[in-house]
Structures are given as structure tokens and as C-alpha cells.
Design a protein around this ligand. Structure first.
Ligand SMILES: [Zn+2]
Length: 154
């Protein structure tokens, strides 16, 4: 099984991707960390004959995000493959993003925690737009090596 097939149960959606969209998605599935648009651009252009422009990468990322195949991690401005986006209808995925090294960990909140979050949001007259929540953090490695003020200056 390829990493693409393993990544999400929605095989039809992946089968319908154009070659460029598929390639960008594949790069995110294969990466062991979140990637920025420019990191993706660089990796993409390193392994194809016909290079693409940054605008194309942004358009492709916009599409992949709109069909929930990838997640944009706003606090680090990087993208990650949404491996279990289609099995999370009753769950909330919490993405912990280290603000220093960009390491990402996922916490799967099942019910009743997920329902509790949705309930409180509903009380305010809103509903979840998607089922992922991003929480900016410092990993143990980074918090041991540097204090927070020095990270802010970088
Ligand atoms: Zn870190």
C-alpha cells in the first residue's frame, strides 16, 4: 500500500486529483513534518523536469485544503496531510504545533470531550467549520534549550 492510500480512506478523491495536485499531496504524505509552501515548491521542483511557480503551489494547497486532504497550521504557516480527516465526524483533532521547531503532535479527542467542545461552540450560536483545532506549544526539547523570550526574537 502506498503512503497515499494509507493516508485517507477517500480513494476516489485522490484518484480524481490532477497530477500536480496529486504530487503535492504525495509530498505532504511522505513528509515527516509539516512543510511550508516554499519548502514544497523546492522539493517539487527538485524532482520534476518541468518546474512550477509558487502561485501554482498556493492554488494547489488551497484546493487540497478545501477538500480536507490537508490542514493549514496557521501558527507556523505550514501544511500537513490530514490523515484521518474523514473519520473524525464525531471527533476533534487537536494539533499541537511547537512554535520553535515546528514539530507537530496530534491529539484525538473522542466523545465526550469532542461533544463538549461542540456543545460550547453551539451555545454561542456557532458550529465547527472543520474538526481540527490548532494549539501553539513548545515541545519539551525546545523548552529545555531556550526560554520563551529568546524564541520570540528569532
Ligand atoms: Zn520544538
Amino acid at each position: 500500500m502506498s503512503s497515499l492510500e494509507k493516508a485517507t480512506p477517500n480513494k476516489q478523491l485522490i484518484a480524481d486529483l490532477t497530477p500536480k495536485r496529486r504530487r503535492i499531496y504525495q509530498l505532504l504524505c511522505d513528509a515527516d513534518k509539516p512543510l511550508s509552501a516554499y519548502e514544497l515548491l523546492s522539493i517539487y521542483n527538485d524532482c520534476v523536469n518541468k518546474s512550477i511557480h509558487a502561485m501554482s503551489v498556493y492554488r494547489i494547497l488551497g484546493y487540497l485544503k478545501s477538500v480536507n486532504l490537508i490542514v493549514h497550521l496557521h501558527s507556523v504557516n505550514k501544511y500537513i496531510a490530514a490523515t484521518d480527516a474523514f473519520t473524525t465526524q464525531t471527533h476533534v483533532l487537536m494539533y499541537l504545533t511547537c512554535q520553535h521547531c515546528c514539530d507537530v503532535q496530534r491529539i484525538h479527542l473522542a466523545n465526550p470531550s469532542a461533544m463538549g467542545i461542540e456543545y460550547q461552540i453551539a451555545q454561542l450560536g456557532y458550529q465547527l467549520f472543520n474538526h481540527s483545532i490548532e494549539v501553539p506549544v513548545l515541545c519539551n526539547h525546545c523548552s529545555a534549550g531556550a526560554n520563551y523570550s529568546s524564541i520570540q526574537e528569532n
